[in-house]
Design a protein around this ligand. Structure first.
Ligand code: FES
Length: 591
């Protein structure tokens, strides 16, 4: 089947929209409200209009199904005038404080004004004066900058199934907000940040820690160290190769961070291995002693927030392990000052203040850092760009390398897998199989890989059949939890589609194609790793020998494990839980 766009014949498949066909053919049609990978476009912005031969009205290409013989023009004078009018009206009500906006340089609205030719501005409309929402430790909301495209609502409802925000009020006062215009902190929001990743303006942003980190780096009485999550170098590499730069290794990142003043750079992969040691032992103990099953993973802070807010009945099923970020924070504070030879304190009377900064692909890690308390600041992958700018680092062409720092420098291939959906499961199976007296799988575990919403499979170890599940994205929970709760032993839940590679702190507008490329890099890193099993990480073994004792022992329990709180009263007050039936259907359709 063929369609003609701008005089060019292009093949399409049944169900394709004109916008999708044009994109594949390299023809850009400006659009705002539609997301390539969301199930149903709201068709509210009308920026994607095109002229279709034989149709008197302009048509929205994001909803228009391609049809055999259809003839479409994407940039006629009529179309361009319509688009310019739309953007001019959006800009008329916008605060236009671009010079002080955190989205400066990465704002889609600003790009659209250039693309459609809003030069000079035609209209000066009324400005909104709505309250900023700074109630959450992870995300802030500035309704004055919102263009009401509804992408965030699509993500929150249809993809993530949380339903914390929606259109509220009427007319000029319409905004996207939690119910009753409450703060995000009492909205049922899990802080996954998927809304931020797709927002085209500065209306939804992470709570930036860049200035606080710069201040800490400038203080001579403060020792600032970093830890880097596995998904971050994979993402920077994928972003850099878009511009044909040299590949990014963890060592490049370490060198750049040391250049700007970090005293040491640690690999969060080290504590990913430690997490596997604790979590695999916890699983084996639960299986052998008839403990609460299935055991759910606890690495994803938005999933933890989801359970605490919306499903506190699942708390006994959560692994008590802290996430690798928090394990690293706790260990660095406990061990690093002695290792590096300084006295940790408040920075006075000969002491040094120790500040741990996490580089994470995730906005919810900011919430986790505040909630659990072992890490001072969290920078998302996006915020790293701002850090480089402050210190004049051109990271696109940065080629220096520096080693990661002991005692948390060593990480296995299993740890690298934490950067993608199914990775924690795959890493855990490698070690749990050994603990149960069986052979650790030698190669990849294909059943755990891929972007399906729910993967379930069995692994037979030494006469025991482990029933395992991987849930990919919060939106899949309503449809998959019943199956996960009936007879499974261990279930991985990652809040963001694709896992950390698709995290809410990842580059704006990255789609599932980008996520797949990042995951591919993660698999390559595992393949190249000399040591593939967390229980074979020599530095982790030394840590147990010299400091922790044994997995699940007293010291481990104190430093590496946590408890959970029933927070359901917060959502019950505001009725923020989504209609899970509708959500489930939409999420499955998006798969
Ligand atoms: Fe098609 Fe908004 S992108 S109407």
């Amino acid at each position: 089947m063929n369609i003609t766009i701008n005089g060019k014949e292009i093949a399409f498949e049944h169900g394709d929209t004109v916008l999708q066909v044009a994109k594949r053919a390299g023809i850009r049609i400006p659009h705002l409200c539609s997301l390539d990978w969301a199930p149903s476009p709201s068709a509210s912005c009308r920026l994607c209009v095109v002229e279709v031969e034989g149709s008197p009205r302009l048509q929205t290409s994001c909803t228009l199904q391609a049809a055999e013989g259809m003839k479409v023009q994407t940039h006629t004078p009529r179309v361009m005038k319509a688009r310019r009018n739309i953007v001019e009206l959006l800009v008329a009500n916008h605060p236009q404080d671009c010079l002080a906006c955190d989205r400066q340089g990465a704002c889609e609205l600003a790009e659209l004004t250039r693309e459609v030719g809003v030069r000079p501005r035609q209209y000066a409309g009324m400005k909104k004066d709505q309250h900023l929402d700074i109630s959450s430790p992870a995300i802030y909301r500035d309704p004055n900058k919102c263009v009401l495209c509804g992408r965030c609502v699509t993500m929150c409802h249809q993809i993530q199934g949380v339903g914390a925000i929606d259109f509220t009020d009427r007319g000029f006062r319409t905004q996207v907000a939690p119910g009753f215009s409450a703060g995000l902190n009492v909205s049922g929001c899990t802080y996954c940040g998927q809304c931020v990743r797709v927002c085209p303006t500065g209306a939804l942003m992470e709570r930036s820690h860049v200035s606080a980190v710069v201040a800490a780096l400038s203080d001579p009485n403060t020792v600032v160290v970093a830890q880097v999550a596995p998904a971050v170098p994979a993402t920077l590499d994928q972003e850099r190769t878009k511009h044909e730069g040299v590949p990014v290794m963890l060592e490049h990142l370490a060198a750049a961070l040391k250049r700007v003043g970090f005293t040491a750079v640690f690999d969060t992969g080290f504590t990913a291995d430690l997490t596997i040691m604790e979590e695999a032992n916890e699983l084996v103990e639960r299986v052998k002693t008839g403990g609460v099953l299935p055991m759910f993973t606890s690495c994803s802070p938005a999933w933890i927030q989801y359970v605490e807010l919306h499903r506190p009945d699942l708390i006994p099923h959560l692994s008590t392990c802290k996430s690798p970020q928090q394990m690293a924070g706790a260990l660095i504070h406990e061990i690093y000052p002695k290792f590096a030879g300084f006295v940790a304190g408040d920075g006075t009377r000969g002491t040094k203040r120790l500040v741990v900064v996490s580089l994470m692909p995730c906005t919810a890690k900011k919430f986790e850092a505040e909630d659990v308390g072992d890490v001072e600041y969290v920078l998302t992958t996006r915020e790293l760009g701002a850090l480089w700018e402050r210190f004049g680092i051109d990271f696109d062409s940065f080629t220096d390398r520096a080693p990661l720092d002991p005692p948390f420098a060593e990480a296995t291939g299993a740890a690298r897998l934490f950067g993608g959906t199914g990775g924690v499961m795959e890493a855990a199976v490698r070690t749990a199989a050994t603990l149960l007296g069986g052979a650790a799988p030698a190669g990849p575990l294909p059943e755990a890989r891929g972007l399906d919403g729910f993967k379930c499979f069995n692994v037979d170890v030494n006469g025991i059949t482990l029933n395992l599940g991987v849930i990919n994205g919060l939106g899949r929970l309503p449809s998959t939890l019943p199956a996960a709760l009936s007879g499974m032993h261990f279930v991985e839940v990652m809040s963001c589609p694709g896992g950390c590679s698709g995290g809410g702190g990842q580059p704006y507008n990255s789609d599932m194609t980008d996520v797949k490329k990042r995951i591919k890099r993660i698999y390559e890193a595992d393949k190249k790793a000399e040591v593939k099993y967390s229980h074979e990480n020599k530095s982790v073994a030394e840590l147990y020998e010299e400091f922790l004792g044994r997995p699940l022992g007293e010291v481990s329990h104190h430093l590496l494990h946590r408890s959970y709180t029933d927070k359901s009263a917060l959502t019950a007050l505001h009725g923020a839980e989504a209609d899970t039936g509708a959500v489930c259907a939409a999420a499955e359709a998006a798969a």
